[in-house]
Design a protein around this ligand. Structure first.
Ligand SMILES: Cc1cc2nc3c(=O)[nH]c(=O)nc-3n(C[C@H](O)[C@H](O)[C@H](O)COP(=O)(O)O)c2cc1C
Length: 186
């Protein structure tokens, strides 16, 4: 009998504009996490959802870090521009986000608290400038208490372009079916 196809969701938060890379400020058109997600789209069959704030953080890096810190301290739940009607059909959600002050951006909390993750697995992927996953995995479990949180993957933001093989190995280790083509082409 053919195995039932597992429905997957990739949900991600990412910010373009000014960011800090190994000691230098740079303007970028596509954020690091979105670069990783674009690679992932070539590797897995999944629906993709961008966690997008109605009032985005400032394009200025220094202003953005203050805004995000303030949201974390207040435990704000920023409104999003769009929501999924339901996540019922998904068995697995790959959740990709930048490390903000040692944890997930508060918009990710908005996203997680909106849905029921019972019987669903979340695979956390965190891009960062050196702090790794921080407390993000524990915090995701708080915001989605019924989800099963699988082993996360930390990617250095400046290495997003080269992360394909690492991401592929991580997805495989977590039992995620890869697209045929990428399985053959090693
Ligand atoms: C508001 C803010 C807070 C950040 N806090 C941390 C941090 O605590 N630790 C860390 O390693 N990197 C931190 N960073 C760096 C980002 O995690 C890193 O640049 C990430 O790859 C950005 O992803 P994006 O381009 O997809 O938004 C922070 C960046 C911003 C903008």
């Amino acid at each position: 009998m053919e195995k039932k196809k597992e429905e997957k969701l990739i949900a991600f938060f990412s910010r373009a504009d000014e960011n800090y890379f190994s000691g230098k400020m740079k303007h970028v058109k596509v954020g690091n996490t979105e670069i990783v997600v674009n690679k992932m789209k070539e590797i897995v069959d999944a629906d993709v959802f961008k966690i997008d704030m109605k009032k985005p953080y400032s394009p200025s890096y220094l202003t953005c870090i203050e805004e995000a810190k303030n949201d974390l301290e207040k435990q704000a739940r920023p409104e999003l521009t769009q929501y999924l009607d339901s996540i019922d059909k998904y068995e697995v959600a790959i959740l990709a986000y930048p490390n903000y002050w040692g944890t997930v951006p508060m918009a990710v909390a908005t996203f997680l608290e909106r849905y029921d993750f019972a019987k669903k697995a979340i695979l956390p992927l965190c891009t960062n400038e050196g702090s790794g996953m921080g407390t993000s995995e524990r915090d995701i479990q708080k915001y989605a208490p019924d989800a099963t949180i699988l082993t996360g993957l930390s990617i250095r933001g400046g290495e997003a372009e080269e992360c394909g093989p690492v991401v592929k190995a991580w997805l495989s280790e977590n039992g995620i079916d890869l697209k045929e083509k990428t399985q053959k082409a090693r």
